[in-house]
Design a binder for this molecule. Structure first.
Ligand code: CLF
Ligand code: SF4
Length: 298
């Protein structure tokens, strides 16, 4: 890896395995809406593309979010990255998401900005992402074959219309590929998350890996499906299981010869705060951070 690239990931705990021991990230939950349906998601909870399902995050306005970032930065100096990852899809809430990034770029310019999306609206926003100097974008790509996608996504909402079944999946797939390409052209680092769903896309993920590698993704994070009936997701209710640790490792190992794999993901909350694997979100709930330090009021 060249020096410049090393610098770009040096203090990002998700993009650099070394960094995750020393640097913290935080998420702000400003993006409630979503434009697709994943069978592993129940909208009452955080976006399971990047987050632990079954967790409800406290929604913030962009101003509250910026306030929170300043408070957390003052208490946790190792906090280097601010991510927006839900609880829905950040790019299905573009005003809220970009307003938050703008405020933070203005008030705390040293903090790296990070974004996670299902990719449907990505081609439309790559220029804006570049302008705001957001150098890390995650796309969740679970398939490159719409027939497999049909088992994962019942519908996609695009341009004010709902597309069911394979028609919707084809749009999603196209936009994900376009988005990935556009990130590459804009020289923005891209991580791809794939949720491993046994019997659905487990054997397909090596093909996903091949395509995203060819298109220039920097890192691949294969995450296990977490499916519990009490979360009320389609997969949870139909008894779809997640992979065993051994099955997950086998798929990751299979792809590892080809590109850099992320293996230290902790499937965070949409309002996570702290080192990966450490959950300090309860120290910074709205009632706490808004009253403790009113001087950060935006
Ligand atoms: Fe957040 Fe995601 Fe950015 Fe990291 S998390 S938006 S890339 S700053 Fe990291 Fe958490 Fe795994 Fe995500 S451990 S769920 S990969
Ligand atoms: Fe849920 Fe995220 Fe999928 Fe939207 S993209 S349906 S919030 S898991």
């Amino acid at each position: 890896m060249d020096e410049k690239l090393k610098q770009r990931i040096a203090n990002h705990p998700c993009y650099s395995e070394d960094a995750h021991h020393h640097y913290a990230r935080m998420h702000v939950a400003v993006a409630p809406a979503c434009n697709i349906q994943c069978n592993y998601c129940n909208r009452k909870y955080d976006c399971a593309n990047e987050s632990r399902p079954g967790v409800v995050s406290e929604l913030l306005t962009p101003e509250e979010a910026a306030h929170k970032v300043l408070v957390v930065a003052s208490k946790i100096p190792q906090m280097t990255v601010l991510g927006i990852a839900g609880p829905g899809d950040p790019l299905a809430n573009p005003e809220k998401t970009f307003r938050t990034f703008e405020l933070i770029a203005d008030k705390a310019p040293d903090i790296k900005l990070c974004l996670s999306t299902n990719g449907l609206m990505l081609p439309e926003y790559v220029d804006r992402i570049k302008q705001l100097n957001i150098d890390h974008v995650t796309i969740t790509i679970n398939m490159i074959d719409p027939e497999i996608g049909e088992k994962i996504y019942p519908w996609v909402h695009y341009n004010r219309k709902r597309y069911r079944g394979i028609e919707g999946v084809k749009i999603l797939h196209e936009k994900q590929m376009e988005g990935l390409q556009a990130l590459k052209e804009a020289d923005i680092l891209c991580k791809v998350n794939s949720v491993m769903i046994p019997g659905v896309n487990d054997h397909h993920l090596s093909e996903v890996n091949k395509v995203i590698r060819e298109k220039g993704a920097f890192l691949h994070n294969i995450m296990p499906l977490i499916s519990a009936p009490e979360h009320g997701t389609h997969f949870g209710l139909t008894g779809q299981r997640g992979p065993t640790p051994k099955e997950l490792k086998e798929v990751q190992d299979n792809c590892a010869g080809n590109m850099k794999m992320m293996r230290h993901c902790r499937q965070c909350r949409a309002d996570a705060v702290g080192l990966l694997g450490e959950d300090r979100s309860q120290e910074f709930t709205k009632d706490k951070f808004l009253t403790i330090t009113p001087e950060y009021d935006i």
